[in-house]
Every structure is written in C-alpha cells, then in structure tokens.
Design a protein around this ligand. Structure first.
Ligand SMILES: *[C@@H]1O[C@H](CO)[C@@H](O)[C@H](O)[C@H]1NC(C)=O
Ligand SMILES: *[C@@H]1O[C@H](CO)[C@@H](O)[C@H](O)[C@H]1NC(C)=O
Ligand SMILES: *[C@@H]1O[C@H](CO)[C@@H](O)[C@H](O)[C@H]1NC(C)=O
Ligand SMILES: *[C@@H]1O[C@H](CO)[C@@H](O)[C@H](O)[C@H]1NC(C)=O
Length: 306
C-alpha cells in the first residue's frame, strides 16, 4: 500500500513537472507584446545599412545600433514612472540617450534591447535602464538632463531610433598583405580602425611605399612593351622630383576598397610604373582614376613615431 502511494505520487509529481515544463517552453517562445520592430526606426539620414536584429527567444531580441546622438528611445512623461519636471515644455518627450551627448564617449555598437533593459509587461514595451539618463526640452527650448534616480523606473516605449552599424568587413584583414618596406625595421606601421572595412594606415610617402598589382587582375591595360613578369607598382610619390608630404594614410590615398571579398585600389595620385622588356622603368599617369586594381601587396615605409 505504501509503495503504491509513493509510486502514484511520483507519477503525479512527474506529470506536473512535465506539464509545467511544456507550459514554460511554450511561453518562452511566445511574446504577448507587439513586434518591437514596428516601433523601431532607422535614424534620419542613415539609409546605407540595415539594422542587425537577432531573436533570442520569447520577447528578447538583440538589436545592434551605433551608440550615438542618433540612437535613443522616446517615451511620454505621462506613460513613464519618471516624474515630469516642472520646467518641461508641455509637448516634450523624454529622450533616453545611448551616449554621453557632450563628451561623445562611444563603444561603437550596442544591443539597445539589453542596453535600455527593454521588457514586455501587460502587452506593453518598457525601458527600465538609463545608462546615460534622459533629456527633455524646457519651456525656454533648452535641453536639460535627468541622470539621478532613474534605474528600474519603467517608461513605456513610444519609439526606438537606431543608427545602424556598418556590417562587418567581408575582406580578409588587409594587414595580412601589408609589409614594412625593406630595411625599415626600426618603427612599427601605425594602423587605426575606422569602422567596417576602413582603416587608417600611416606610411611615409616615398619610393619605399607602394602597392603592387598584377596587370591580369587590374583594369589597367598591360602595355605592349611590358616585361611578361612585371607587376604594376602604384606609386606614393613623384619618384624623380621627390615631392613629399611626409606621411599619408595609404588607405584613403590609394582609394582602397573591399568588393566581392577582394581588396582593390582605385586612386593613382602618382600613377603606376612597370618594367619593360628592356629592363627600363616606364610610367603610366593618364586615364587611371576609378580603374580597379586588385591589391597583391602593400609596401609601407613606417613613419617615425610622434
Ligand atoms: C548582438 O549581436 C551582435 C551582432 O551580431 C553581436 O556582436 C553581439 O555580441 C550580440 N550581443 C548580445 C548581447 O547578444
Ligand atoms: C503624451 O500622452 C498624452 C496622453 O496620451 C498625449 O495627450 C500627449 O500628446 C502625449 N505627448 C507626447 C509628447 O507625445
Ligand atoms: C591617420 O592617422 C594619423 C596618425 O594617427 C593621423 O595623423 C591622421 O590624421 C589620420 N588620417 C585620417 C585620414 O584619418
Ligand atoms: C599574374 O597573375 C598570373 C595569373 O594568375 C600569374 O600567372 C602571374 O605569375 C602573375 N604575375 C605576377 C607578376 O605576379
């Protein structure tokens, strides 16, 4: 008899567990709020890229935006637990900021969903976190900030403005084909990231700084007198007159661009040179700009550090 009760209880308990578990699973995939992307907008003037969004189950999403003055949530003081300041204009919204507007400290990209603690309650979307506070407009048309005592307060989301981030670069790291020119081991090449594929690569404009390309993978027509093994050398200076600016960003200088997973130069400020069948050096300076040449390698003479 005892065993029968124990076994029965075990089955009942087990059944309830499973039932709960099914219910929990079902609710984890279901969100009672409307799709938040219905109130998500690309900020004005940022049409080039799409907003990256991924589902994380239930109501939770990952919405990647650039932290910037163009990324914020609007809420109406009347539907927020934040007390409307006495000096606020009657028509002002509260703007939940994604960055320190004046100092401009940026991380680059943020998941606005977790950043602002977005949550769905009673069919409505709320923010609950205010990492950089909120701002509003006063009766005198000034911008004022509220930064204290905000966290945990719920504010119904009216809309989300998002500045999309550049999609990740599809080309291999250009530094894989970037070399210090022969005999210049003393300094390192200065490189900084500028988002997406764009970099700033600082080199000395000199005969030691150039890009090599193969005529067979360039839109520049191979000259008849070129040696069959010559590359085209995209120059960074007027080799004979030797005019120099000191340092250049070879990335923008040569109009480097990533297309179809390949690196190209598109600008030839000092033309290209090649070697003839008679081992002479010859120059091409006309009709080059805009022509794409696949980059084989980049030779860089580093500049002296500041
Ligand atoms: C959100 O998605 C971005 C882009 O795919 C990713 O880099 C980031 O790590 C994700 N963040 C979170 C919190 O899941
Ligand atoms: C805030 O909500 C009230 C009540 O719904 C509405 O009358 C008012 O226009 C809203 N204000 C803003 C700035 O959207
Ligand atoms: C590239 O970086 C160098 C060194 O930091 C800097 O002096 C220069 O202004 C930068 N150029 C561009 C185009 O960003
Ligand atoms: C140019 O490319 C062709 C075809 O891939 C290759 O046979 C040739 O060796 C390359 N020439 C140079 C100078 O790298």
């Amino acid at each position: 008899m005892n065993w029968f009760i124990i076994i029965s209880l075990f089955f009942i308990w087990n059944f309830q567990e499973c039932h709960c578990c099914l219910k929990w699973k079902w609710s984890a995939d279901y969100c009672e709020c409307s799709d938040i992307t219905d109130i998500l907008w690309k900020s004005y003037g940022t049409d080039e890229y799409d907003i990256l969004i991924s589902e994380k189950g239930g109501c939770v999403k990952n919405i990647t935006c650039h932290d910037s003055v163009l990324t914020y949530v609007t809420t109406n003081f009347s539907t927020s637990e934040i007390v409307r300041p006495d000096d606020s204009h009657k028509d002002t919204k509260a703007y939940v900021d994604s960055c320190e507007i004046y100092t401009g400290i940026r991380k680059g990209s943020i998941d606005v969903f977790s950043f602002f603690g977005m949550t769905c309650e009673n069919n409505k979307w709320y923010v609950t976190k205010y990492p950089f506070g909120v701002h509003y407009i006063t009766k005198d048309s000034e911008t004022k900030f509220i930064t204290e005592g905000l966290d945990g307060k719920r504010s119904e989301i009216e809309s989300v403005s998002c500045r999309p981030v550049e999609p990740p670069c599809k080309c291999s790291d250009i530094t894989d084909i970037l070399w210090k020119s022969y005999g210049t081991d003393e300094y390192d090449i200065l490189i900084s990231e500028k988002g997406g594929c764009v970099k700033n690569i600082t080199c000395h404009d000199s005969v030691l700084t150039y890009v090599t390309t193969n005529f067979s993978t360039s839109e520049i027509v191979r000259p008849d007198d070129s040696h069959k093994d010559t590359k085209a050398y995209v120059d960074s200076c007027e080799i004979y007159t030797g005019i120099r600016k000191g340092s250049i960003d070879v990335f923008s200088f040569f109009g480097m661009t990533c297309e179809n997973n390949k690196w190209y130069v598109t600008k030839y400020p000092f033309g290209v040179h090649y070697i003839t069948k008679d081992s002479e050096t010859k120059f091409i300076t006309e009709g080059l700009d805009g022509k794409r040449s696949e980059i084989e390698s980049v030779s860089c003479r580093p500049v002296e550090p500041p």
